[in-house]
Each structure stands twice: as C-alpha cells, then as structure tokens.
Design a protein around this ligand. Structure first.
Ligand code: G1P
Length: 290
C-alpha cells in the first residue's frame, strides 16, 4: 500500500526572466490562458488528482494576488447576485479554496527549484507530496497529475512527468539517464539538470510535475548547489535513486511552456479552441488570418 498524495507544492517565486517585460510586474502564475490564470489550471489539475492542501512558495507581494484569487470576494459575489449574473457568480465561487486548505511560505532569494521545495518542508510532515510548476500547462484527460497519482498507487516512490525534447533543448531541462523504457513508464539510473546537448544522456526531459518521497529532503537539507549555481530538485531526486523507486511517466496529453511567449500564445489558441463559446469564431479568425 502506498500513501495517498494529498498535498501539492506550487513553486511560484520565480522571476520569469524568459518572458519579460510582461513578468516584470505580473507574476508568471497569474498570466491568463483563455479565461483563467495559469495557477487556476494547476489548482484544478491538483483537485482532480485528489489533492486537499495547496502550498504556495511565493513572496509577500505575489501572495496578495494569490490570496485575492483563491479566497471569497464577498463584494464581487454580492454585486453579481444583485445583478442576476448567476453564471458569472458560479465561476467566481468555483475559484474559492477553503482557507484551511491553503498555505503560504516564502522563498526570499532565487536559489533554485530544490530550494523552493525545501522552503515548503514544514507543511509536508514526512509523507509523499506532489509538485506542479504552473507554467508547464498540460491539456490532458484525465489530468497529468491524476495519471501520475494512479501510477504512484501501484509503484510508489518518486515519479516525474517526462517527454522527449529536441536535442538542442536539453540544456533547459532535467534529463533522464534511461535504464529501461516500455514506451510509457521509464526507469533511470540517474538524472542530469540542464546538460549541454552533446553531454545529455538522452532527450527525455522532466516536465513540471513531480510526486516526491520525503527522502528528497535528505539531499535538499545539505543545500548543495548544482547547475547554474542553484539548489536543484533534479539532483535531490537523482541522489535517492537506489533507495527510493524512481519512474518517469510519458503522460498522455499536450504540454505548453507558458513561461515563454511562444508557448503562451500556443496555449491561448489551444485553450481558446476548447471553449464552446469561442471555438467557432476563433477557428474562422485563424483560417482568415492564415
Ligand atoms: C525546472 C527543472 C527542470 C525541469 C523543468 C521543467 O527548470 O529544474 O529539471 O525539466 O523545470 O519545466 P526551470 O524551467 O525552472 O529552469
């Protein structure tokens, strides 16, 4: 029996340097894709996977926006009710998370993804947990994290979502040193963070979804720096291989890298085309435009 995954960490204190100037004042996780901010897609994916506690690793400024989005806005709800805007009221109410489900912690310096997860340790109480990087938006049914939770129920241990990337892009990702691969589930003998294309052990890369065993903290506690002088989550997972089962899951779905302008535009088109209200207009617009 494996332990159920009930907690998710959202490391959202990043600087968004690949998408300036938009991210100068707007945190990446608040960028809208169609009619929702990225962070709301991430929360919904987590809810669909059975997550009950949402831990945001952020900073005091961005916390205000996250809180505003996920808590009750009594004035807005009253106004919508008064005006009979019931569909809008339903949409607004659906964004609310119960205050006891939400935790905030701060990462005051950009010391890396491993450090961001380490900052959430006080809320993770020894059990396994999930991590979602909201700028990796995944369109999938069931959601990517649900696919991983189902696999975790069978195999336990550390699980990461993976997909193949072009070899020239390996230096942007955590890359698996594959030991076996059945086309869906992959085992690895090691992981390398952001290797140069000529040094990458494969092109199978980690996408921003993780289920992690508490053992990763044994490595993260040492605050060892890796690629880019940062404390890397990839290195912590790699250090547990041999002690904790490790698997990569080639998830079913499409991933959009919304931390860059191209992925952001792509995602807006893809999610726009999913909207029953706008699909046909958008399709016509795109056809005419092209
Ligand atoms: C992070 C991880 C990397 C992973 C990537 C997925 O990198 O460190 O291993 O492949 O997310 O998006 P970042 O994008 O924060 O540089």
């Amino acid at each position: 029996m494996t332990t159920a995954i009930t907690k998710v960490v959202f490391p959202v204190a990043g600087l968004g340097t690949r998408f300036l100037p938009v991210t100068k004042a707007i945190p990446k996780e608040m960028l809208p894709i169609a009619d929702q901010p990225l962070i709301q897609y991430a929360v919904q994916e987590a809810q669909q996977a059975g997550i009950e506690e949402f831990i945001f690793v952020t900073n005091p400024t961005n916390r205000v926006l996250l809180q505003a989005h996920f808590s009750t806005n009594a004035q807005l709800e009253a106004t919508l009710a008064e005006r009979g805007k019931l569909a809008e009221l339903k949409i607004v109410k659906e964004t609310t998370l119960a205050p006891e489900q939400v935790k905030f912690c701060y990462q005051d310096r950009p010391l890396g993804l491993g450090h961001a997860v380490w900052c959430a340790r006080e809320y993770l109480e020894g059990g396994p947990f999930a991590v979602i990087l909201p700028d990796d938006l995944i369109m999938a049914k069931p959601g990517c994290l649900k696919q991983m939770v189902d696999l975790h129920a069978k195999l336990g241990g550390n699980i990461v979502a993976v997909e193949n990337v072009a070899r020239e892009l390996t230096s942007r990702y955590g890359i698996l040193d594959v030991s076996s691969d059945d086309g869906s589930i992959v085992s690895a003998k090691g992981l390398v963070e952001k290797p140069k294309p000529e040094e990458a052990p494969s092109t199978l890369s980690i996408i921003g979804r993780y289920i992690l065993d508490h053992q990763v903290f044994q490595h993260l506690d040492k605050k060892m720096t890796g690629s880019g002088g940062e404390i890397q989550l990839t290195d912590a997972i790699s250090a547990t291989i041999g002690q904790v089962p490790f698997h990569g899951l080639r998830f079913e779905g499409t991933r959009f890298d919304c931390g860059s302008m191209f992925g952001f535009v792509e995602a807006n088109v893809a999610f726009g085309l999913k909207s029953s209200q706008h699909e046909s207009k958008l399709r016509t617009y795109l056809k005419n435009h092209l």
